[in-house]
Design a protein around this ligand. Sequence first.
Ligand code: URA
Length: 245
Amino acid sequence: MANEERLQKVIAHAGVASRRKAEKLIQDGKVRVNGETVTELGTKVGPNDEVEVNGVPIDKEEPVYYLLYKPRGVISSVSDDKGRKVVTDYLPEVDERIFPIGRLDYDTSGILLLTNDGEFANLLMHPRHEVDKVYVVKTKGIPSKEQMQQLRKGVKADGEYLKAVHAKILSTDGKKNSAIVQVILHEGKNRQVRRMFDSLGFPVDKLKRERYGMLDLHGMNAGDYRALKPHEVKQLRQLAEKNVE
Ligand code: URA
């Protein structure tokens, strides 16, 4: 039939896996068409055929949730036309069509959540929710007490009002003229931490997101990832729903 396509292409298009991975899934006997296991790569299917991967219909992917310790020098995206490293490169075993919840800058490291659950992602990205995001910032220069207060009161950057929930100096190095500052945000505006410090005249040397809600990077190295536990997903949902109707 004219609208029949090769099975591996259909699986890839559904976002379940790359074409190459889809071929492997078929060869490994993980794919059923209309209830029958199919292992032949050339098999063609039409829109009325029901395709299952690992027992799950391909248009009904199970929601999955991951935490990645994003290294510096990686783009918070699922693909890059210039061939640079993207965050999903760090989760090669995940077949579901995951994407990052919000973003960390190319040069920022730390906690990044990824999911295929659009509703969950929207909830966490809602501007009114109150999930703490804790950043540790290394600044060039040492902010004064008044300037730290300014971060908590709010600063204007590019016509936008940017505010920290908390901001405190953790340590200073007079010789190197630098400080380590902890900043807690609820909102997640574009390059917010960098813009806040820039507006006070302190360029950010290093930036790391150490905590997201109740999640931290305990026991993880840059580039590691893990699945969130069901109770962690539930807790994040509750945190985010607190202030959002
Ligand atoms: N603020 C920034 O400036 N960059 C990030 O990646 C996250 C928060």
